[in-house]
Each structure stands twice: as structure tokens, then as C-alpha cells.
Ligand binder design. Structure first.
Ligand code: TNX
Length: 545
């Protein structure tokens, strides 16, 4: 043990006891060199034959340790550093081999040092049966000699690695991590990000970048809005014209596109390797114009009156036809193919803004969709309006606006996913000067997206009824992925913290961490908004879209 790892517990009698592991209620002391406390500790350590003078962490390493986003459940910094060198070795059991390769890649990418792999390495990954960590928690401990990440499963190890990425700090030609311990686990099970690929199509490469970015902040659900009036974006083999015709265009015309089933599987696998579950959405019974264009026989007013492809931005003008049995064959086939392609337990049926579907029809639609989805063995997710139908424990209602729908859903036994449009609709502008995006729900500055509490959002909706938090980005105004990045960052990391962090959060404390995090976003090549509410530590320019 090093001097730098010494911990002192103040007992009830007022005495200090020296410890080498940190129990509850202990305090970590960071004695300044030559301070009385430092000399006292040194003297004690010398007596115990323990002393060796280790380098102190740089201010940047301290800031990195104290600045992790999302904020860990508990974090106690010590006083030394671990330094990466050309002889740093990573050890991991065979079942964590893929993650140990991921860690090497991360370290090499950031520092240029390519760590070796072997037994008894300085950096270790290991599985533990410590159930207090839950399925996704981890422990990260850093001493001057070792870094150890422990978790009950792979997701926790992955999150420990993401935290370590934020801790790695350059200092005079070397890469160091401040000594300390982090114990961390998420508050909510569902920490999501939705992207609308229907209004503007995004390539597989764009989605992979999106997955890289969201998983860095420990988000674990990627909700793909795969169909809307303007486009159908997923190949369905039993209804091939959906993608071939319905995928031809997008808002403003031109472009468009769709994912083949092979590409979709590739996205699912890429996400899975980053502990992100894909939740596919087919928006029903409204927002359906692209499908009606491809298969006019689904149209209520008959084939001859079938609509044309739509490149505008109006919502709520199209609907499926309840009285045609073909409608339900179509939905059953689509949901079946999607269920086969999607390992996760969720299928999203949309259900929003069905303004031209008569209300009794809407309710019958949702009831039948629920049976279709549940027959596939999946949980049905739908926008909040589905709470008007017979939702049950096998359903999740996605709140975006109405407190009544959220409470109705919970009263019927369903869970609620929180996507309040005034807080987390990331296609809303930051202020009136933001070039892209809308403002119909609100102008959402970085503090608005951060400074809210899921448990006091909807009166009467307590933690039990909430499955988690998800930030959607709708695509009407997004020409390419750089436009999306500018609206996502820096609001998305704050929303990730809302979903992840247990215990108290405060905007005043967060804004300091975010200010230092600007550098990280720039290093990751993100096109981000330099909010005037935050003092940004570095002065990089935003990349022009
Ligand atoms: C509302 S709120 C929508 C989308 C639009 C978005 C634009 C909800 C579930 N649907 O259809 O794209 O507004 O901000």
C-alpha cells in the first residue's frame, strides 16, 4: 500500500484510524505536501514501512476524476496517479476477452500506447458476484499500481471502461488516471435515445456513430423511428414495395433510402456489442402515408384514390383502414418480420397523432396491435395516446405531453417511459437563433434538458411506474447527421445523467463538469452547441456542418 492510498476513518470517539479499504462514512483526505496532515500521514506510513512518494495527480486528472458524466453513484478520489506506459498489460478472464480488446482499443485510440494482454496485468477486468452492483453497475478502483474494473456482467464492465475513457488524462507527455474508487450503477433500466430516420434517412454509418456516442454516456436503448408519412425505412420481405416505393424519398425530396434486413441486423449487432438494445418503431395507425403509397389497397378510399409520396412536414393526415382485414395481415406480417430480426423484447407501434382516425377505431386498432405484438412474445411500446386503449402490464406508454395519459397508463398496469417534449425533444431549438429544429414544444436550453426530476414530472407518477427516460430527435429539419449532433450535444449527456444518476443532482454542480467536458466532445469530433450558460474550459470552434 502507498501513502497515497491511505484512508482515515474518524470514529465516534473522535480518533482517526488508518485503513486500507474504505468503509461507509469514512472520509478521503487529500493532504497537501508539507501540510501538517501530510507529515503526520508520512510519519505513520514510514513507521508502518509503507511510504513511498508517488506523483500527485495533475489538476486535469483531478478534474477528470471528479467530472465524470453521467455522475457516478459514489466516487472517492485519492492522492496519487496511475500512469500508463509501454509495458502496461491488461488481464481479463477468457469470457471478457472481447471487452479486454475493446479496452485496448480505447487506450490505444486515446493515448497511442498499445497495452499488452496477459496474466497479472496492471489493468484488470473481472466478474464479481457482488449483487449490490445490479446487472449494469461496476466498481472501478485506481491505485498507483493498478486499475481494476469489476462488475456482475459484461454491461457493467463496458460502463466501467466508458468511465475510464473519461478519466485518462494527458500530463506532460504521459497518460495518467487519478487514484480513487468509483462505485456506480444506473437509476433507470431504460436509458434511451430515439432517432427519426423516416423524415430524413440516415446511413448505417451514421447510426453506428450515433450508437458510439450514446453508449459512451451509458445509454442502453436505441429507438429507431422506422416509418412515417415521408418514408418507410426497413425492408419487409413479405411486403417488398414498402421499402422499394415507400423508401424512395424524404422531407424536401430526393434522397430517401431504407435498411435491408442484413443492414438492420448489422445495426442490431453493432448496438448489442455496445450494450444498446434496438427498439424498432413502425408508426401505426397514423403517420402511414409512405406505406399507403406502396400498397394503395390498404387505403380506405380505394386504390384509385391512393395518395402520392409525401415530402412535406405536416403530421396527422393519414390513417390505416380499420374495416379492411388486409390491414391486420399487413401489421401482423410486418411485426412478425421485425420480431424475427430484433432480439430485444420490445416492438414500438407508434400510435401518436392519429388525428384522422376516428377515436373508436383508434382504440380498436391499438387493442388489436397489442395482441399482435404480444403474440410475437414482445412487449408493446407506443406513444402516450395508446393509454386510451386496453393497455396492460405487457405495455409501455411513452409520455411526451399529457399527464392524464401517463396516469391512465399506470392505472391500467402499464409502465411509462418519459420523453417530455419540453425537456428532452432534442429537435427543439436551444434558443430563437438556433438554425435547425423546431420550437413548438419549447425552446430547450442545456439547463432545461438537465434540470428536471423524472419522479416529480407527472403528479402521482412515482418511480415504480417509470421504466426510464428517452430523448427523441425528430428529423424534419435535419439534413445530415452533423445537424443532429448539434442539437444532441451537449443536451444528450445531461439527459443521460438524468436517467443514470442515483441521488442528488444540481445544475450548478453539473454545469462545471459540463464546461470541462467540452474538450472531450471536441476530441470526439462532435459538432456541438456552445451554450452561453456554461463556461467552456477550452475554446475550440464548433465544426461547421
Ligand atoms: C411530434 S410527439 C411528433 C412527430 C414530429 C415531431 C416534431 C410525437 C409522438 N410525434 O411526428 O416529428 O413532433 O417535433
Amino acid at each position: 500500500m502507498e501513502l497515497t492510498e491511505l484512508l482515515i476513518e474518524r470514529t465516534k470517539s473522535g480518533k482517526n484510524i488508518l485503513l486500507n479499504s474504505r468503509p461507509k462514512n469514512s472520509v478521503m483526505l487529500n493532504p497537501q505536501p508539507n501540510s501538517k496532515l501530510y507529515c503526520y500521514l508520512l510519519a505513520m506510513a514510514v513507521t508502518a514501512g509503507l511510504a513511498s512518494c508517488m506523483p500527485k495527480p495533475s489538476v486535469d486528472a483531478i478534474n477528470s476524476f471528479d467530472g465524470v458524466i453521467p455522475k457516478p453513484a459514489s466516487s472517492v478520489r485519492g492522492d496519487g496517479v496511475f500512469t500508463f506506459t509501454g509495458s502496461t498489460v491488461i488481464s481479463a478472464p477468457p469470457e471478457l476477452d472481447r471487452l479486454s480488446t475493446e479496452l485496448s482499443r480505447v487506450i490505444a485510440g486515446k493515448t497511442g500506447i498499445i497495452p499488452g494482454k496477459g496474466d497479472a496485468g496492471q489493468v484488470s477486468l473481472s466478474l464479481t458476484d457482488d449483487s449490490s452492483l445490479g446487472a449494469e453497475g461496476y466498481k472501478l478502483s485506481v491505485t498507483p499500481k493498478n486499475i481494476a474494473i469489476e462488475a456482475t456482467g459484461e454491461a457493467g464492465i463496458f460502463y466501467g471502461i466508458q468511465t475510464l475513457r473519461q478519466l485518462l488524462t494527458p500530463n506532460r507527455g504521459e497518460w495518467e488516471v487519478a487514484v480513487g474508487r468509483i462505485e456506480d450503477m444506473p437509476n433507470y433500466e431504460w436509458r434511451g435515445a430515439m432517432i427519426d430516420v423516416a423524415r430524413h434517412f440516415f446511413s448505417v454509418e451514421d447510426l453506428k456513430r450515433y450508437i458510439d456516442l450514446i453508449s459512451f454516456y451509458k445509454l442502453n436503448r436505441l429507438h429507431l423511428h422506422l416509418s412515417d408519412d415521408q418514408g418507410w425505412r426497413i425492408e419487409i420481405k413479405s411486403w417488398p414495395k414498402l421499402a422499394e416505393i415507400g423508401g424512395k424519398t424524404q422531407v424536401g425530396g430526393g434522397g430517401g433510402g431504407f435498411y435491408t434486413q442484413e443492414q438492420y441486423k448489422d445495426i442490431v449487432a453493432y448496438a448489442e456489442a455496445r450494450y444498446v438494445m434496438v427498439v424498432p418503431e413502425i408508426d401505426l395507425p397514423g403517420h402511414i402515408n409512405a406505406a399507403l403509397t406502396a400498397y394503395p389497397e390498404l387505403y380506405c378510399k380505394g386504390v384509385g384514390n391512393a395518395p402520392a409520396l409525401y415530402e412535406g412536414t405536416e403530421v396527422g393526415f393519414s390513417t390505416l383502414c380499420l374495416k379492411k382485414e388486409l390491414t391486420f395481415k399487413f401489421v401482423t406480417d410486418v411485426m412478425h418480420e421485425l420480431a424475427m430480426l430484433t432480439p430485444g423484447p420490445y416492438l414500438h407501434i407508434g400510435g401518436d397523432e392519429a388525428h384522422v382516425t376516428p377515436k373508436p377505431d383508434y382504440i380498436e386498432f391499438i387493442n388489436r396491435f397489442r395482441k399482435i405484438v404480444q403474440a410475437e412474445g414482445k412487449v408493446m411500446v407506443g406513444w402516450e395516446e395508446i393509454a386510451q386503449a386496453d393497455v396492460d402490464a405487457g405495455v409501455i406508454a411513452q409520455h411526451w405531453h399529457s399527464a392524464e395519459y401517463a396516469t391512465a397508463a399506470v392505472a391500467k398496469g402499464a409502465k411509462v417511459l418519459l420523453s417530455p417534449s419540453t425537456k428532452v425533444y432534442l429537435d427543439m431549438k436551444y434558443d430563437s437563433t438556433t438554425e435547425r429544429g423546431y420550437d413548438w414544444a419549447a425552446l430547450i436550453e442545456v439547463d432545461d434538458a438537465y434540470d428536471w426530476n423524472p419522479e416529480s414530472l407527472v403528479p402521482g407518477l412515482s418511480k415504480d411506474g417509470i421504466v426510464g427516460v428517452e430523448a427523441p430527435i425528430w428529423g424534419e429539419t435535419l439534413r445530415h447527421f452533423k445537424d443532429a449532433e448539434y442539437l444532441l450535444f451537449p443536451r444528450l449527456p445531461g439527459i443521460a445523467e438524468v436517467a443514470w444518476t442515483t441521488g442528488d443532482r444540481s445544475w450548478d454542480e453539473y454545469r462545471v463538469r459540463l464546461g470541462r467536458h467540452g474538450k472531450t466532445m471536441t476530441e470526439m469530433g462532435i459538432n456541438w452547441y456552445r451554450s452561453p450558460l456554461v463556461e467552456w474550459a477550452a475554446d475550440e470552434e464548433t465544426v461547421a456542418p
